[in-house]
Write a protein that binds this ligand. Structure first.
Ligand SMILES: O=C(O)C(=O)C[C@H](O)C(=O)CO
Ligand code: ZN
Length: 277
């Protein structure tokens, strides 16, 4: 499992494009028939993907790296399917997962297996796992069960619907907060005006993009902004001190996942537009 370490904002000011991408961008997810995982020392996320085509895929990593006897011994995981129909088995229970549906699996589940319903149109499971201290029930939510917030306007090119799946009042978890935001056609901006939340970090996965499209993801301290050019199905690790916003060459969908001190979605420190540099 690849390791990503924590960067100090004063060091990040000096990073060139290559170094920024090495530290913060996860370029190679969604490899057929492989579990891809990246271990971030930012809030100890494990970010990964499973695309079962010719075989089912088990959720397993080198256990030495997490110091546990099985993946979820001291962790929880949120899974969102961004591909064709599939299912996830959590010990003896199986959950069908259609596109944009979410499954939470809590601490203590020993065997997690990813399956596609049709290898010609495989499921694409995206996962974010964080450390956990208590077993919450395994639970699925479709888009109909999400807590929704409709924000923005076409005038600002940021009309979008936030679907909150894993958070207090939705699927309960120890610390993971997770959902997806869908931009309306003709809208390109997410999370602008932007914010930070020093109490929580965030991981973004951009998807539903044409192959030649790009999202310019903005990061950095509000007065030291930088950007990453992000392609379809790539993820960004966003440290707590960084803004996280983007503008695309097309509309797109993204999955956000957070971990840290609290699970209060709206606990954000807004950055005034006039203060951005
Ligand atoms: O569209 C948005 O705005 C978001 O989805 C916001 C992110 O989820 C976020 O940054 C939450 O802190
Ligand atoms: Zn945020």
């Amino acid at each position: 499992m690849e390791n990503r370490y924590v960067s100090h904002p004063n060091d990040v000011k000096k990073f060139d494009t290559t170094r920024l991408r090495e530290e913060f961008l996860i370029e190679s997810l969604f490899t057929p028939d492989q579990l891809v995982t990246v271990y971030s020392h930012v809030d100890r996320y494990i970010v990964g993907s499973a695309v079962p085509v010719s075989q089912d895929i088990k959720l397993e990593v080198d256990l030495k790296q997490i110091g546990a006897d099985f993946f979820l011994e001291r962790r929880e995981v949120g899974i969102i399917n961004v591909g064709g129909a599939g299912s996830v088995t959590a010990d003896s229970e199986s959950f069908e997962l259609g596109v944009n549906e979410c499954l939470y699996i809590g601490l203590g589940v020993k065997d997690v297996v990813f399956k596609s319903s049709d290898s010609a149109s495989p499921a694409k499971f995206y996962l974010v796992s964080t450390p956990a201290h208590k077993a919450y029930p395994t639970k699925k939510a479709g888009q109909g069960e999400a807590i929704k917030a409709h924000l923005g306007s076409i005038d600002s090119s940021n009309e979008r619907t936030i679907n909150k799946y894993i958070l207090p009042g939705g699927i309960e978890s120890c610390q993971l907060v997770m959902g997806i935001t869908e931009l309306e056609p003709g809208n390109m901006w997410n999370t602008m005006p932007c914010h930070t939340h020093n109490r929580r970090s965030e991981v973004y996965l951009y998807f539903n993009m044409p192959e030649d499209a790009a999202v310019f993801h903005f990061m950095g301290e509000p007065q030291e902004t930088r950007h990453l050019v992000v392609r379809n199905e790539q993820a960004v690790i966003s440290p707590s001190w960084s803004i996280h916003s983007g503008v695309g060459t097309n509309n797109y969908t993204f999955c956000w996942a957070m971990a840290g001190e609290n699970q209060v979605f709206d606990d954000m420190d807004a950055v005034a537009m006039k203060d951005l540099k």
